[in-house]
Design a protein around this ligand. Structure first.
Ligand SMILES: Nc1nc2c(ncn2[C@@H]2O[C@H](COP(=O)(O)OP(=O)(O)OP(=O)(O)O)[C@@H](O)[C@H]2O)c(=O)[nH]1
Ligand SMILES: [Mg+2]
Ligand SMILES: [Zn+2]
Length: 257
């Protein structure tokens, strides 16, 4: 899905207003390709994370952003269901997230908050919506373009988790210019064939700082003179993001053993 092809039209129109008939001459090279879901040529990865019901999973967010970096996709975070939080609770969350290396939008699919900003971001792009089940991916897309009429479902009363409502992956054209892919929710994400040494390149804020480390092969774990470790928890590097970096680094090391 999402592949670009060289198409020569034979001129005939199949049905009234339907697509033109023709021949697919050639599949053009893929700029990138996500494996789960399988979508090629994605410009933008939109991670939809609910702030409540279900509770946000920041580690999963960091994992997905590593994937986006590896695929050279731009990334955007939608913090959804803001209507379920008080102003104080919201300020607390955004405080924990600062500094954050990716743009984020505070949204409420229910109230329409942030939807116009999201619309602007989606213009002219092929965007994939990803995130946990029940976070509101389909609801947000319906708010962006009501004609999509995507199926949504209440999260379970008891465990406050989503019910895996979206089950198929579909490329949906947007009014104006652009397309979106709604995807099924997930809660686990694996790093395929990633070497621990390459991990710093996929944390933009770490990559930026790494040039100032005393050793140029610094892994930013416990080396002396590590500029990354020094900056963690400051205005340069979010402390939580650095914890995720260390966790992923160890995970990749353990896997190699
Ligand atoms: N209060 C509130 N509820 C929301 C918001 N966005 C979505 N919901 C509700 O959350 C539930 C899950 O929404 P969905 O859009 O189905 O979630 P999803 O991310 O597409 O879930 P899957 O398809 O299972 O991955 C629905 O009951 C929505 O009405 C929001 O901004 N605020
Ligand atoms: Mg859905
Ligand atoms: Zn370092």
């Amino acid at each position: 899905m999402g592949d670009r092809v060289l198409f020569s039209s034979t001129g005939a129109v199949s049905e009234a207003g339907g697509p033109r008939e023709g021949i697919v001459e050639e599949q053009l090279p893929r700029r990138n390709c996500l494996y789960r879901p399988r979508v090629a040529n994605v410009d933008l990865l939109v991670l939809v994370m609910a702030l409540k019901e279900p509770a946000p999973d920041w580690q999963l967010a960091s994992r997905l952003f590593v994937l986006a970096e590896r695929q050279e996709m731009k990334a955007l975070l939608c913090l959804n269901k803001t209507d379920l939080l008080s102003a104080d609770e919201l300020a607390e969350v955004t405080g924990v997230l600062e500094p954050f290396p990716y743009p984020y939008i505070l949204t409420s699919a229910l109230l329409g908050r942030g939807v116009d900003t999201l619309k602007v971001r989606l213009q002219g792009a092929v965007a994939v919506f990803a995130g946990p089940s029940g976070s509101g991916k389909s609801s947000l897309l319906n708010a962006v373009q009501p004609g999509l009429s995507l199926k949504t479902n209440a999260v379970s009363e008891k465990v406050k988790r989503g019910r895996h409502t979206t089950r198929t992956v579909e490329l949906l054209p947007l009014e104006g210019n652009g397309a979106v892919v709604d995807t099924p929710g997930f809660s686990r994400l694996d790093f395929y064939d990633l070497e621990p040494e390459h991990l710093p390149a996929y944390f933009p804020e770490i990559k930026l700082r790494a040039a100032q480390c005393a050793f140029n092969n610094c892994c930013h774990i416990n080396e002396p003179g590590c500029a990354v470790r020094e900056a963690a928890g400051s205005a340069q590097i979010n402390g939580l993001r650095y914890e995720h970096y260390k966790l992923f680094f160890q995970e990749l090391l353990d896997r190699r053993k």
